[in-house]
Design a protein around this ligand. Structure first.
Ligand code: ADP
Length: 772
């Protein structure tokens, strides 16, 4: 064969590199034998046989250590490198096969056979080349090793041999793979092999990219967090000039130790403190833990006040602070005596019940002062949610302990007098029943381990002296009522109010306004004027306020005119307080037809209640106006039915309702009237209207009435009597069954009012209706 020639030529074994025909490259050569081979070749025909070593670690390879298929290259230039190596710039010429491996000692030589290059222009080849180009085009995205224009140049080559070889040589594939491709002598086969390699690489690449991506994302997330934390640390240190967190933690830890909390709470606190140290300081979590720990350290776990009970002292202080209230004081002293003797607070809790302003709060304050305890007051009015008593769980944003724990913190000791104000104004809804939480607070068997949702650790409430207040008993859920010792504090009569004002309120207000006691004189009459015309209440709260107003105005006079002393007369009062605010609803000046005076009992104390009935032509319609509660409407219906049923006996035409409309009205709108005790009053007014007999103006009445006319007992006779007395009524008609209540009524009232006890409404009518 013309092309087949055997040639002896210098041999250069390559480590991990494959040189293809038509490819120009440079080779760094370090081995002595190889340098010699190059130099010798350079000196003769400038050709060298480049063959790839099978094992790159062998320094002095023999025949079996090199691949048979290699490339004959033309050496263009040899450059000596500073380290003694030589860089050879070579152009690959053709494939050749090694036949004889000759070791000349100084260098290696080979007898080789040139592999002929067949014609490439077959249709199959052209088709294969197209496929190759397509496949390669896809692969280019993953192909970053060679510049684009180099690739373009290669793909544009018209000689397919050159194109395929050059493409193979720039592919980023292991040299073993390149060697395999070098060994394929048939062009078409080589193209197919190359396509396969590219496809394989493509898949590998895709897989690798995916793996890279996965690994990268996870590393990215971690790195990001790490990086941010480091940055945060630097910022914090920069800002505070020191490591802020450790300072905080130290302070908290000192406070926690100082709080002398029970062992288990302390362990818990320390755990939280550890957590505090690990979470990033700027995270919301950190703030939550800090607030929690601050709460724990602020609670008086073991701080107590002396809490002595000296009955004489208590009596003295109660007397000093309050006028009258003898029975109430007595009950309080008895209650404390029991506690002193049993040395425990496992007695029921005191509940002071009475209208506003009668001194419930101030009694509790006096008890605290007398027993040398701290005093806290928590209002339960309007509390609907159990969480308000027991706190929110810490998982809520902005969670807080409940009012009990807040109160304890405010007290600063674990045995204060704790006033639960307006316990009757709690209500329950879907958020839970606060009274069940209150039960736990007030139950001496349970409250030594009271657990607040926020604090989570049990707090001992058993040393706290709870005192509750309420305006009316009816608002207190009965399980709660059972746990309390009820002490009623009732309204004051005008005389009592006068004494309270004179002995307590005036000196208190003078002192508060910085007025010298000796120079300001309230005349007795002026105090009475304030009581009668400027206040209408069961207690003395607005009385105190009005006295305060007077004092304020006097103070101004003192400052402006430098007046030396003031004597306050009733005229001064009208000057200072303006027009009279309340004309006392006194009894009528004349006895009228269809107008009867009832007595009402509200949570604000007693009041008189005028009921009017008028008749007009009609068809028996019963009209009710004024602020009547449901119960009162029923009373009106009952009265109407009674009158219809007993018309003949009462001297009324039996068919009166066929031609008459009846209108019942309760003029005074200020009092919520919701009791049945207006029964006899409505009946009296109705019969008076129908019989045209006037009702005795001096009589007030109260009593529930049944359909058959029986009079049933009512509540609040004391309050009602006081208001009747205030209004100038002379006689009170009330149910027989209320006779026992006379004991409670102030003597002064009893002296001036005549009580008549009845069992039937007929008696009432006989007493109240005057003959025409
Ligand atoms: P409550 O709690 O019953 O609504 P407070 O205790 O607030 O009433 O009383 C209102 C004001 O009236 C307080 O300043 C209180 O000292 C005063 N007060 C009430 N009753 C008396 C009393 N019997 N003696 C002296 N001051 C009284």
């Amino acid at each position: 064969m013309a092309n087949t020639e055997i040639k002896t030529i210098k041999l250069l074994p390559l480590k991990g590199a494959v040189v293809f025909p038509s490819v120009s490259t440079s080779l760094d050569v370090g081995r002595g034998k190889s340098i010699k081979a190059l130099e010798n070749a350079m000196a003769s025909n400038q050709l060298v046989f480049l063959t790839n070593q099978k094992d790159v670690t062998i320094t002095d390879p023999g025949k079996d250590d090199v691949h048979d298929m290699g490339t004959v290259a033309h050496i263009k230039q040899l450059v000596k490198m500073p380290n003694g190596a030589v860089r050879a710039f070579v152009d690959g010429k053709y494939r050749a096969k090694l036949h004889v491996f000759i070791d000349r000692g100084e260098y290696l030589e080979a007898e080789i056979e040139r592999i002929p290059v067949e014609d490439a222009e077959s249709l199959t080849t052209i088709a294969s080349i197209r496929t190759l180009k397509e496949v390669f085009e896809d692969f280019r995205n993953h192909f970053r090793n060679s510049p684009d224009d180099e690739i373009e140049r290669i793909l544009a080559l018209e000689d397919f041999h050159q194109m395929v070889d050059q493409l193979t040589s720039i592919l980023p594939i292991p040299h073993e793979k390149q060697q395999e491709l070098l060994e394929v002598t048939d062009l078409n086969e080589r193209i197919i092999a190359l396509i396969k390699v590219i496809n394989f690489e493509k898949e590998i690449n895709q897989l690798k990219n995916k793996i890279d991506q996965d690994v990268k994302t996870s590393i990215d997330a971690h790195q990001r967090e790490f990086y941010l934390r480091e940055q945060m640390k630097v910022i914090q240190t920069e800002l505070s000039g020191k490591d802020g967190r450790s300072d905080d933690a130290k302070e908290l830890s000192e406070k926690l130790i100082a709080a002398e909390m029970p062992e288990e709470v302390y362990t818990r606190a320390m755990k939280e403190l550890d957590r505090f140290n690990t979470v990033p300081q700027s995270s919301p979590e950190s703030a939550v833990i800090r607030t929690y720990l601050t709460w724990l350290s602020d609670l008086p776990w073991s701080k107590q006040s002396k809490g002595i009970i000296d009955l004489k002292r208590v009596q003295a202080i109660l007397d000093q602070d309050h006028y009258g209230l003898d029975k109430v004081k007595e009950r309080i002293i008895e209650f404390l005596a029991v506690q002193k003797l049993t040395k425990s607070l496992k007695a029921p809790i005191i509940c002071l019940v009475g209208p506003p302003g009668v001194g419930k709060t101030s009694l509790a304050k006096s008890i605290a002062r007398a027993t040398k305890r701290e005093f806290v007051r928590v209002s339960l009015g309007g509390v609907r949610d159990e969480a308000e008593i027991r706190g929110h769980r810490r998982t809520y944003i902005g969670a807080m302990p409940g009012r009990i724990i807040q109160g304890i913190k405010k007290a600063g000791t674990n045995n204060p007098v704790f006033l639960l104000d307006e316990i009757d104004k709690m209500s329950s809804d879907f958020r839970g029943d606060p009274s069940s939480a209150m039960l736990e607070v007030l139950d001496p068997e349970q409250n030594h381990t009271f657990s607040d949702h926020y604090i989570e650790e049990a707090f001992d409430l058993s040393k706290v002296m709870f005192i509750a207040t309420a305006n009316s008993l009816s608002g207190i859920p009965s399980p709660l009522r059972d746990r309390m010792e009820i002490i009623e504090v009732s309204s004051y009569t005008e005389i009592e109010k006068f004494h309270i004002a004179k002995n307590h309120l005036v000196p208190k207000q003078l002192k508060q306004h910085g007025l010298p006691k000796a120079k300001v004189q309230f005349q007795a009459e002026s105090l009475k004027t304030i009581i009668q015309y400027y206040t209408r209440e069961a207690g003395v709260r607005s009385l105190e306020r009005q006295i305060g107003t007077v004092c304020r105005k006097i103070t101004r006079k003192f400052v402006e005119n430098k007046s030396s002393s003031v004597d306050i007369s009733p005229t001064t009062i009208t000057d200072l307080l303006g027009k009279k605010q309340f004309e006392h609803r006194n009894s009528e000046t004349e006895s009228l037809v269809g107008v009867a005076m009832g007595l009402a009992y509200t949570s604000f104390g007693g009041d008189i209640l005028q009921i009017e009935v008028s008749l007009c032509k009609g068809k028996g319609k019963l009209e009710l106006t004024g602020k009547l509660g449901d119960v009162m409407k029923e009373s009106a219906q009952t009265a109407f039915s009674y009158v219809r049923a007993n018309a003949a006996k009462l001297g009324i035409a039996e068919n009166f309702y066929e031609k008459t409309d009846i209108h019942i009205h309760v003029p005074e709108g200020a009092v919520p009237k919701d009791g049945p005790s207006a029964g006899i009053t409505i009946t009296t007014a109705l019969v008076s209207a129908l019989t045209n007999k006037p009702v005795n103006k001096d009589i007030g009445m109260t009593g529930e009435v049944t359909l058959r006319g029986r009079v049933l007992p009512i509540g609040g006779l004391k309050e009602k009597s006081i208001s009747a007395h205030r209004s100038g009524l002379k006689t009170i008609i009330c149910p027989k069954k209320n006779e026992k209540d006379l004991d409670d009524i102030p003597q002064m009232v009893k002296d001036e009012i005549k009580y008549i006890f009845v069992t039937d409404v007929e008696e009432v009518l006989q007493l109240a209706l005057l003959e025409k």
